[in-house]
Design a protein around this ligand. Structure first.
Ligand code: FE2
Length: 165
């Protein structure tokens, strides 16, 4: 399993920075466990890993996973899979259309809206399709990309829990 760096992963660190464990007893143990490790590492002048990555390494018993980011350049078949799509050129906000100009082939996420734009495939979301922030008409869909042994890829849409008729 490859976890691609994204704004979603960063939410864990952002939550740590704004959480008051006194107001959030359900998650206080998680908060204190990560903070304790951060303090230990700071005291020993050790680098601290991304908090989500550290949490997974500590708690997942199946170690067959890795974290990558947009600089990793991980390619599967014809496609670079190391960009979530939230960051574009020069730190700008990313979009599938922007990635069509970079050359190469990409599979992105982030928009929750599946699409194919020239050399770029954008997957949908694995979440429920209605969250508290997406009122109104929606283009979100449960869609995944699969990469075939020949290096090409396609989108698989899951409609009403089914991926085929
Ligand atoms: Fe995202």
């Amino acid at each position: 399993v490859v976890f691609v760096g994204s704004n979603h992963n960063e939410h864990f660190g952002q939550w740590l920075n704004r959480c008051n464990p006194n107001d959030d007893p359900e998650n206080a143990l998680v908060y204190h466990e990560v903070r304790l490790e951060q303090l230990r590492r700071a005291k020993e002048s050790l680098e601290f890993l991304d908090p989500l990555e550290w949490w997974f390494e500590k708690h997942l018993t199946d170690r067959r996973f890795q974290f990558i980011d947009h600089d990793s350049g991980m390619v599967v078949g014809k496609y670079d899979i190391s960009n979530h799509g939230h960051i574009g050129a020069n730190g700008s906000r990313g979009s599938a259309k922007q990635f069509t100009k970079f050359g190469g082939y990409y599979i992105l996420g982030h928009s929750h809206t599946p699409g194919i734009y020239k050399n770029v495939i954008q997957v949908g979301t694995s979440s429920v399709l209605r969250l508290e922030y997406n009122d109104g008409p929606s283009s979100w869909l449960n869609s995944h990309a699969i990469i075939y042994p020949n290096g090409l890829a396609s989108l698989i849409h899951i409609i009403d829990g089914r991926w085929r008729a």
